[in-house]
Design a binder for this molecule. Sequence first.
Ligand code: ADP
Ligand code: ZN
Length: 212
Amino acid sequence: MRIILLGPPGSGKGTQSTYISKCFNITHLSTGDILRSEVNSSTDLGIIAKKYMDKGDLIPDDLMIKAIKNQIVHLSSGFLLDGFPRTLAQAKSLDLLLEQIKNPLDKVICLNVSKEEILNRLSFRAICNDCSHNYNLATTPPRVKNICDMCGGKILIRSDDNPEAIINRLRIYDNLTLPVIDYYESTTKCFSVKAFGKPEDVFKTIENLLRL
Ligand code: ADP
Ligand code: ZN
């Protein structure tokens, strides 16, 4: 199965991806996670990417396409793309690649959340460095400050979860990623899902769509 998960920052793409990849046994490719790991290892790509990511800007299309292409061609049994494509140029180059390897997309799922909810989620978001569990410091803080309830790991705030970068990420989403949704919406493979309420309930809806 080849799936794309689209949605604004804070719509729960990471959380839903974890459920989907476990349930359907497919590889989860998160461009955000791939780039953050490149940044942590100070690779050439990571050093360049950090400058863009900290401000909430997208890294240039050519770099991103090159980084993800290598991974996709090796996943003949399927994948779940989370955070890619984010621009029309990325979507078109993905189409071309999938056509070349004769592996068309099965479904595109778009998560929908209100701006107010996104701002609340991102402004108070903190993430465990070890198990990636998400906390909202205003509504669901950890029992012990900075320590993960699940695994005892250290809880961190992403460097792009600050007010300026959040506003920039939302603006970029509207300007560059909404056209990608329009692009897929003209196909029969695209499904829109309301992404508020309990994560498990959102997943139930996604699971039903993927089993159609
Ligand atoms: P979010 O959806 O919360 O903004 P991600 O973890 O998906 O965060 O991405 C974090 C950052 O990584 C983005 O703000 C951007 O700088 C970079 N990035 C991720 N995916 C892409 C992409 N497809 N094209 C360009 N930059 C990307
Ligand atoms: Zn943890």
